[in-house]
Design a protein around this ligand. Sequence first.
Ligand code: FE
Length: 224
Amino acid sequence: MHKTVGNFGAGTAYGGRVAAGDTGQAAGQVAGHGDNTMALRVEALESLLVEKGYVDPAALDTIITTYERDVGPRNGAHVVALSWVDPEYRQRLLTDATAAIAELGYGGRQGEHMVALENTPDEHHLVVCTLCSCYPWPVLGLPPTWYKSAPYRSRAVLDPRGVLADFGVTLPEGTRITVHDSTAEVRYLVVPMRPPGTDGWDVEALAALVTRDSMIGTGVLAAP
Ligand code: FE
């Protein structure tokens, strides 16, 4: 079990390889944790629904492609970057995230009730769905495989500092870690701290610095 926990962090700790390394590695190592069974169940369920005429497979493919290719974490990065340069937007985001995110044209499925969590030197937020894989699709796209893994889901609550260490993140001892459990009702977007050395940068340049993991809370942003 400990080995597995180490693995899910390793896939993510290597920055640029996140997407490929993550999926490949996690897919291989979750075999004993029921996720492959889950994939088979989903496939069986989908076949059944298609066969009964409840869903159109082309429509399903369109949805998945949209979230995989077009949405992704860049939307969230835009939200975060704007909140760094525009204090009024930041205030709106922290007050009513759903509305503030909708201002930028992002919203819909799995993002109806968004809450933005502001990371500060005193408090670091970490998001998990202990039950399954609830995730804010409109701002982050589809969840990474490790987010759905049993080790992450259980250990994020029991040992958040250990989980962060697996992701290569060490916070100062004085920083409190608050873990938020996503549900079907509420989805969270972590607003990471703006990296030092970025004074005067525009929203687009800042957004390029924002990683998916920093908006889940498993990553922090280093100075560019
Ligand atoms: Fe869930």
